[in-house]
Design a protein around this ligand. Structure first.
Ligand code: HEC
Ligand code: HEC
Length: 301
Protein backbone atom coordinates (compact mmCIF):
# COMPACT_ATOMS: atom_id res chain seq x y z
CA UNK A 1 0.00 0.00 0.00
CA UNK A 2 2.73 2.44 1.09
CA UNK A 3 4.76 1.39 -1.91
CA UNK A 4 1.91 2.28 -4.28
CA UNK A 5 1.39 5.73 -2.80
CA UNK A 6 5.05 6.56 -3.25
CA UNK A 7 4.89 5.60 -6.93
CA UNK A 8 1.89 7.81 -7.43
CA UNK A 9 3.65 10.77 -5.85
CA UNK A 10 6.70 10.24 -8.01
CA UNK A 11 4.58 10.32 -11.17
CA UNK A 12 2.73 13.39 -9.97
CA UNK A 13 5.93 15.31 -9.54
CA UNK A 14 7.24 14.23 -12.94
CA UNK A 15 4.00 15.26 -14.62
CA UNK A 16 4.00 18.61 -12.85
CA UNK A 17 7.59 19.25 -13.95
CA UNK A 18 6.80 18.29 -17.54
CA UNK A 19 3.67 20.44 -17.58
CA UNK A 20 5.64 23.40 -16.25
CA UNK A 21 8.42 22.91 -18.78
CA UNK A 22 5.83 22.62 -21.55
CA UNK A 23 4.10 25.79 -20.44
CA UNK A 24 7.47 27.54 -20.28
CA UNK A 25 8.36 26.50 -23.82
CA UNK A 26 4.91 27.47 -25.09
CA UNK A 27 5.18 30.85 -23.38
CA UNK A 28 8.66 31.45 -24.77
CA UNK A 29 7.48 30.40 -28.23
CA UNK A 30 4.61 32.84 -28.07
CA UNK A 31 6.89 35.67 -26.96
CA UNK A 32 9.29 34.92 -29.80
CA UNK A 33 6.46 34.98 -32.34
CA UNK A 34 5.18 38.48 -31.52
CA UNK A 35 5.61 40.71 -34.58
CA UNK A 36 6.99 44.24 -34.45
CA UNK A 37 4.10 46.70 -34.01
CA UNK A 38 3.20 49.52 -36.42
CA UNK A 39 4.98 51.88 -34.04
CA UNK A 40 8.28 50.37 -35.19
CA UNK A 41 7.82 52.37 -38.42
CA UNK A 42 9.05 55.96 -38.60
CA UNK A 43 6.15 58.40 -38.78
CA UNK A 44 5.37 60.01 -42.16
CA UNK A 45 8.21 58.29 -43.93
CA UNK A 46 8.36 58.86 -47.70
CA UNK A 47 10.29 55.98 -49.25
CA UNK A 48 13.06 56.59 -51.76
CA UNK A 49 12.51 54.10 -54.59
CA UNK A 50 15.92 54.74 -56.13
CA UNK A 51 17.63 53.81 -52.89
CA UNK A 52 15.30 50.81 -52.67
CA UNK A 53 16.60 49.61 -56.04
CA UNK A 54 20.14 49.91 -54.70
CA UNK A 55 19.20 47.80 -51.69
CA UNK A 56 17.62 45.26 -54.03
CA UNK A 57 20.92 44.77 -55.86
CA UNK A 58 23.07 45.03 -52.73
CA UNK A 59 20.81 42.36 -51.22
CA UNK A 60 20.93 40.10 -54.26
CA UNK A 61 17.22 39.29 -53.95
CA UNK A 62 17.05 38.20 -57.59
CA UNK A 63 19.75 35.53 -57.08
CA UNK A 64 17.32 33.36 -55.16
CA UNK A 65 13.90 34.73 -56.12
CA UNK A 66 14.53 34.74 -59.88
CA UNK A 67 11.47 33.65 -61.84
CA UNK A 68 11.25 31.03 -64.55
CA UNK A 69 10.78 31.47 -68.31
CA UNK A 70 9.53 34.93 -69.22
CA UNK A 71 10.03 36.07 -65.62
CA UNK A 72 13.80 35.55 -65.29
CA UNK A 73 14.34 39.23 -64.63
CA UNK A 74 11.66 39.40 -61.95
CA UNK A 75 11.67 37.95 -58.42
CA UNK A 76 8.67 35.74 -59.18
CA UNK A 77 10.21 32.73 -57.43
CA UNK A 78 9.78 29.08 -58.23
CA UNK A 79 13.37 27.88 -58.69
CA UNK A 80 14.60 25.16 -56.40
CA UNK A 81 17.59 25.85 -54.23
CA UNK A 82 19.60 23.35 -52.18
CA UNK A 83 19.77 23.73 -48.43
CA UNK A 84 21.38 21.46 -45.84
CA UNK A 85 19.18 18.37 -45.68
CA UNK A 86 16.92 19.16 -48.61
CA UNK A 87 15.58 21.70 -51.02
CA UNK A 88 13.56 24.86 -50.79
CA UNK A 89 11.76 27.01 -53.34
CA UNK A 90 12.05 30.77 -52.80
CA UNK A 91 8.60 32.32 -53.14
CA UNK A 92 7.17 35.03 -55.37
CA UNK A 93 8.00 38.51 -54.04
CA UNK A 94 6.54 40.52 -56.90
CA UNK A 95 3.58 42.71 -55.89
CA UNK A 96 0.88 40.31 -57.11
CA UNK A 97 -2.10 40.48 -54.73
CA UNK A 98 -2.87 36.78 -54.66
CA UNK A 99 0.46 35.00 -55.07
CA UNK A 100 3.05 37.66 -54.18
CA UNK A 101 3.44 40.42 -51.61
CA UNK A 102 0.93 42.81 -53.20
CA UNK A 103 -1.27 42.92 -50.12
CA UNK A 104 1.58 43.24 -47.63
CA UNK A 105 1.80 46.32 -45.48
CA UNK A 106 5.18 47.95 -44.80
CA UNK A 107 5.14 46.49 -41.30
CA UNK A 108 4.73 42.97 -42.74
CA UNK A 109 7.81 43.48 -44.86
CA UNK A 110 9.76 44.89 -41.92
CA UNK A 111 8.86 41.82 -39.87
CA UNK A 112 10.00 39.50 -42.66
CA UNK A 113 13.36 41.25 -43.08
CA UNK A 114 14.10 42.14 -39.46
CA UNK A 115 12.54 39.20 -37.62
CA UNK A 116 12.20 36.42 -40.21
CA UNK A 117 8.50 36.41 -39.44
CA UNK A 118 5.65 36.15 -41.97
CA UNK A 119 2.34 38.05 -41.78
CA UNK A 120 0.64 34.81 -40.69
CA UNK A 121 3.27 34.16 -38.01
CA UNK A 122 5.42 31.78 -40.11
CA UNK A 123 9.01 31.54 -38.90
CA UNK A 124 11.05 31.70 -42.07
CA UNK A 125 13.79 29.23 -42.83
CA UNK A 126 17.12 31.10 -42.77
CA UNK A 127 17.91 30.11 -46.36
CA UNK A 128 16.25 33.53 -46.65
CA UNK A 129 19.20 35.41 -45.13
CA UNK A 130 17.18 37.62 -42.82
CA UNK A 131 19.77 37.04 -40.10
CA UNK A 132 21.86 39.52 -42.11
CA UNK A 133 19.07 41.70 -43.49
CA UNK A 134 18.02 42.30 -39.87
CA UNK A 135 21.05 44.60 -39.58
CA UNK A 136 19.54 46.89 -42.23
CA UNK A 137 18.21 50.29 -41.32
CA UNK A 138 14.43 50.56 -41.21
CA UNK A 139 14.46 53.30 -43.88
CA UNK A 140 16.46 51.11 -46.26
CA UNK A 141 14.03 48.24 -45.73
CA UNK A 142 11.05 50.50 -46.43
CA UNK A 143 12.75 51.89 -49.54
CA UNK A 144 13.35 48.34 -50.75
CA UNK A 145 9.69 47.49 -50.16
CA UNK A 146 8.65 50.56 -52.16
CA UNK A 147 10.95 49.45 -54.99
CA UNK A 148 9.52 45.92 -55.01
CA UNK A 149 6.06 47.48 -55.31
CA UNK A 150 7.11 49.16 -58.57
CA UNK A 151 7.93 45.81 -60.22
CA UNK A 152 5.53 44.08 -62.54
CA UNK A 153 3.23 41.79 -60.55
CA UNK A 154 3.57 38.17 -61.63
CA UNK A 155 0.92 35.60 -60.88
CA UNK A 156 2.88 32.59 -59.69
CA UNK A 157 1.85 30.53 -56.71
CA UNK A 158 4.85 29.23 -54.77
CA UNK A 159 3.66 27.74 -51.51
CA UNK A 160 6.14 27.79 -48.62
CA UNK A 161 7.42 24.43 -47.53
CA UNK A 162 5.57 23.40 -44.40
CA UNK A 163 7.48 21.54 -41.74
CA UNK A 164 5.75 22.55 -38.56
CA UNK A 165 8.22 21.11 -36.11
CA UNK A 166 11.20 22.73 -37.86
CA UNK A 167 9.47 26.07 -37.88
CA UNK A 168 8.69 25.71 -34.18
CA UNK A 169 12.36 25.08 -33.40
CA UNK A 170 13.32 28.01 -35.63
CA UNK A 171 11.70 30.47 -33.25
CA UNK A 172 14.31 29.54 -30.65
CA UNK A 173 17.19 29.46 -33.10
CA UNK A 174 16.25 32.93 -34.32
CA UNK A 175 16.39 34.19 -30.79
CA UNK A 176 20.10 33.28 -30.82
CA UNK A 177 20.82 34.20 -34.42
CA UNK A 178 19.14 37.56 -34.93
CA UNK A 179 21.17 40.68 -34.22
CA UNK A 180 19.98 42.71 -31.23
CA UNK A 181 19.51 45.91 -33.25
CA UNK A 182 20.15 47.39 -36.69
CA UNK A 183 23.65 48.49 -37.73
CA UNK A 184 25.21 51.51 -36.07
CA UNK A 185 28.27 53.31 -37.39
CA UNK A 186 31.43 52.44 -35.54
CA UNK A 187 32.82 55.60 -33.96
CA UNK A 188 36.42 56.28 -34.95
CA UNK A 189 35.89 54.93 -38.47
CA UNK A 190 35.14 57.23 -41.38
CA UNK A 191 31.91 57.36 -43.35
CA UNK A 192 33.27 55.32 -46.28
CA UNK A 193 34.43 52.46 -44.05
CA UNK A 194 31.14 52.45 -42.15
CA UNK A 195 29.15 52.41 -45.38
CA UNK A 196 31.19 49.42 -46.53
CA UNK A 197 30.79 47.59 -43.22
CA UNK A 198 27.03 48.19 -43.39
CA UNK A 199 26.69 46.93 -46.96
CA UNK A 200 28.75 43.81 -46.23
CA UNK A 201 27.10 42.97 -42.91
CA UNK A 202 23.48 43.87 -43.74
CA UNK A 203 22.10 43.92 -47.27
CA UNK A 204 25.14 42.24 -48.88
CA UNK A 205 24.90 39.30 -46.42
CA UNK A 206 28.47 38.42 -47.39
CA UNK A 207 29.02 36.73 -44.03
CA UNK A 208 26.34 34.11 -44.77
CA UNK A 209 28.80 32.41 -47.12
CA UNK A 210 32.20 33.77 -46.08
CA UNK A 211 31.92 33.29 -42.29
CA UNK A 212 32.21 29.82 -40.71
CA UNK A 213 29.34 28.48 -38.60
CA UNK A 214 29.22 26.44 -35.43
CA UNK A 215 27.36 23.16 -34.85
CA UNK A 216 23.96 24.84 -34.77
CA UNK A 217 24.57 27.00 -37.83
CA UNK A 218 25.24 30.22 -35.97
CA UNK A 219 27.87 32.45 -37.59
CA UNK A 220 31.16 32.41 -35.70
CA UNK A 221 31.70 36.10 -35.03
CA UNK A 222 35.27 35.43 -33.90
CA UNK A 223 36.13 34.25 -37.38
CA UNK A 224 34.20 36.92 -39.25
CA UNK A 225 34.65 36.52 -43.04
CA UNK A 226 37.50 34.07 -42.46
CA UNK A 227 36.23 31.67 -45.16
CA UNK A 228 33.84 28.73 -44.88
CA UNK A 229 32.60 25.61 -46.65
CA UNK A 230 29.50 26.33 -48.74
CA UNK A 231 26.24 24.93 -47.37
CA UNK A 232 24.56 24.51 -50.72
CA UNK A 233 27.24 22.90 -52.85
CA UNK A 234 30.77 21.54 -52.74
CA UNK A 235 33.58 24.02 -52.28
CA UNK A 236 34.41 26.98 -50.08
CA UNK A 237 33.83 30.67 -49.90
CA UNK A 238 37.39 31.93 -49.45
CA UNK A 239 38.58 34.15 -46.63
CA UNK A 240 38.06 37.86 -47.17
CA UNK A 241 40.56 38.70 -44.46
CA UNK A 242 44.09 39.82 -45.21
CA UNK A 243 43.29 40.37 -48.90
CA UNK A 244 46.00 43.02 -49.02
CA UNK A 245 48.66 41.12 -47.08
CA UNK A 246 48.06 37.99 -49.12
CA UNK A 247 48.40 40.17 -52.22
CA UNK A 248 45.01 39.07 -53.57
CA UNK A 249 44.35 42.68 -54.57
CA UNK A 250 46.79 45.53 -55.03
CA UNK A 251 44.70 48.21 -53.40
CA UNK A 252 41.15 49.39 -52.78
CA UNK A 253 40.76 50.39 -56.40
CA UNK A 254 41.86 46.97 -57.65
CA UNK A 255 39.30 45.19 -55.43
CA UNK A 256 36.65 47.68 -56.48
CA UNK A 257 37.32 46.80 -60.14
CA UNK A 258 37.07 43.11 -59.24
CA UNK A 259 33.67 43.61 -57.59
CA UNK A 260 32.47 45.73 -60.49
CA UNK A 261 33.66 43.67 -63.45
CA UNK A 262 34.48 40.20 -62.09
CA UNK A 263 35.44 37.63 -64.67
CA UNK A 264 34.85 40.00 -67.55
CA UNK A 265 38.03 41.86 -66.57
CA UNK A 266 40.02 38.75 -65.67
CA UNK A 267 39.14 38.60 -61.98
CA UNK A 268 38.53 34.85 -62.04
CA UNK A 269 37.99 34.37 -58.32
CA UNK A 270 34.54 35.90 -58.16
CA UNK A 271 32.59 33.52 -60.35
CA UNK A 272 32.02 30.10 -58.76
CA UNK A 273 29.73 28.97 -55.95
CA UNK A 274 27.13 31.71 -56.17
CA UNK A 275 29.71 34.51 -56.21
CA UNK A 276 29.07 35.13 -59.92
CA UNK A 277 25.48 36.11 -59.13
CA UNK A 278 26.64 38.22 -56.19
CA UNK A 279 29.15 40.00 -58.40
CA UNK A 280 26.66 40.64 -61.17
CA UNK A 281 24.26 42.19 -58.64
CA UNK A 282 27.06 44.27 -57.12
CA UNK A 283 27.96 45.57 -60.58
CA UNK A 284 24.63 47.43 -60.49
CA UNK A 285 25.69 49.50 -57.48
CA UNK A 286 27.12 53.00 -57.80
CA UNK A 287 30.93 53.24 -57.66
CA UNK A 288 30.76 54.98 -54.29
CA UNK A 289 29.19 51.87 -52.74
CA UNK A 290 31.67 49.51 -54.38
CA UNK A 291 34.50 51.68 -53.14
CA UNK A 292 32.99 51.54 -49.66
CA UNK A 293 32.81 47.73 -49.73
CA UNK A 294 36.38 47.49 -51.04
CA UNK A 295 37.62 49.93 -48.40
CA UNK A 296 36.03 47.92 -45.62
CA UNK A 297 37.26 44.55 -46.90
CA UNK A 298 40.82 45.76 -47.49
CA UNK A 299 40.92 46.96 -43.88
CA UNK A 300 40.40 43.44 -42.48
CA UNK A 301 43.64 41.79 -41.40
C1 HEC B 1 19.99 33.03 -50.50
C2 HEC B 1 18.64 33.03 -51.05
C3 HEC B 1 17.75 34.23 -50.80
C4 HEC B 1 18.06 35.56 -50.94
C5 HEC B 1 19.39 36.17 -51.36
C6 HEC B 1 16.85 36.28 -50.65
N1 HEC B 1 15.84 35.42 -50.32
FE1 HEC B 1 13.95 35.92 -49.82
N2 HEC B 1 13.55 33.99 -49.40
C7 HEC B 1 14.36 32.92 -49.67
C8 HEC B 1 13.71 31.69 -49.28
C9 HEC B 1 14.29 30.30 -49.40
C10 HEC B 1 12.45 32.05 -48.75
C11 HEC B 1 11.40 31.12 -48.16
C12 HEC B 1 11.68 30.93 -46.69
C13 HEC B 1 10.77 29.92 -46.04
O1 HEC B 1 10.17 29.10 -46.73
O2 HEC B 1 10.66 29.97 -44.81
C14 HEC B 1 12.38 33.51 -48.86
C15 HEC B 1 11.30 34.25 -48.43
C16 HEC B 1 11.19 35.62 -48.60
C17 HEC B 1 10.04 36.40 -48.21
C18 HEC B 1 8.74 35.85 -47.61
C19 HEC B 1 7.70 35.76 -48.70
C20 HEC B 1 6.41 35.11 -48.30
O3 HEC B 1 5.62 34.83 -49.22
O4 HEC B 1 6.15 34.87 -47.12
C21 HEC B 1 10.30 37.69 -48.52
C22 HEC B 1 9.41 38.90 -48.31
C23 HEC B 1 11.63 37.73 -49.09
N3 HEC B 1 12.14 36.45 -49.12
C24 HEC B 1 12.24 38.88 -49.54
C25 HEC B 1 13.56 38.93 -49.96
C26 HEC B 1 14.23 40.15 -50.31
C27 HEC B 1 13.60 41.52 -50.32
C28 HEC B 1 15.50 39.81 -50.64
C29 HEC B 1 16.65 40.72 -51.02
C30 HEC B 1 16.97 41.80 -50.09
C31 HEC B 1 15.61 38.36 -50.48
N4 HEC B 1 14.41 37.87 -50.09
C32 HEC B 1 16.77 37.65 -50.72
C33 HEC B 1 15.64 32.99 -50.18
C34 HEC B 1 16.35 34.16 -50.41
C1 HEC C 1 26.38 32.55 -52.04
C2 HEC C 1 27.60 32.61 -51.28
C3 HEC C 1 28.39 33.91 -51.32
C4 HEC C 1 27.96 35.16 -50.96
C5 HEC C 1 26.61 35.57 -50.43
C6 HEC C 1 29.09 36.03 -51.14
N1 HEC C 1 30.17 35.33 -51.62
FE1 HEC C 1 31.99 36.11 -52.14
N2 HEC C 1 32.58 34.30 -52.78
C7 HEC C 1 31.85 33.13 -52.71
C8 HEC C 1 32.60 32.07 -53.34
C9 HEC C 1 32.15 30.63 -53.46
C10 HEC C 1 33.80 32.63 -53.80
C11 HEC C 1 34.92 31.93 -54.59
C12 HEC C 1 34.57 32.13 -56.06
C13 HEC C 1 35.54 31.55 -57.04
O1 HEC C 1 36.50 30.91 -56.61
O2 HEC C 1 35.33 31.77 -58.25
C14 HEC C 1 33.77 34.04 -53.42
C15 HEC C 1 34.80 34.92 -53.68
C16 HEC C 1 34.82 36.25 -53.29
C17 HEC C 1 35.92 37.16 -53.48
C18 HEC C 1 37.28 36.83 -54.09
C19 HEC C 1 38.24 36.49 -52.98
C20 HEC C 1 39.65 36.29 -53.44
O3 HEC C 1 40.41 35.64 -52.69
O4 HEC C 1 40.01 36.74 -54.52
C21 HEC C 1 35.53 38.37 -52.97
C22 HEC C 1 36.35 39.64 -52.93
C23 HEC C 1 34.19 38.20 -52.46
N3 HEC C 1 33.79 36.89 -52.65
C24 HEC C 1 33.45 39.21 -51.86
C25 HEC C 1 32.13 39.07 -51.47
C26 HEC C 1 31.33 40.16 -51.00
C27 HEC C 1 31.79 41.60 -50.86
C28 HEC C 1 30.10 39.65 -50.72
C29 HEC C 1 28.86 40.37 -50.23
C30 HEC C 1 28.43 41.50 -51.01
C31 HEC C 1 30.13 38.23 -51.03
N4 HEC C 1 31.39 37.92 -51.47
C32 HEC C 1 29.07 37.38 -50.87
C33 HEC C 1 30.58 32.99 -52.18
C34 HEC C 1 29.77 34.03 -51.74
Amino acid sequence: MAEKRRTLRWWHILLAVLALAGAGVAFAYQRLSIPLPESALPADYRPDVKNGERMYFAGGCISCHRGIGPFVELPAGGRKMKIPGGEIVPPNITPDDETGIGKWRPIDFLNAMRRGLGPDGTHYIPAFPYTSYAWMRTEDILDLFAYLKTLEPVRNEVPLKTARLDRFALAFWKWLALPPRPFRDLPGKDALWNRGAYLVLGPGHCGECHTPRNGIFLLDRNRWLAGAPLLTEKGDAPSLRGLKKRKRYKDVNDLMQALKYGEAMGYEDLSAGGMGEVQSNLSRLPDADLKAIATYLMSLD
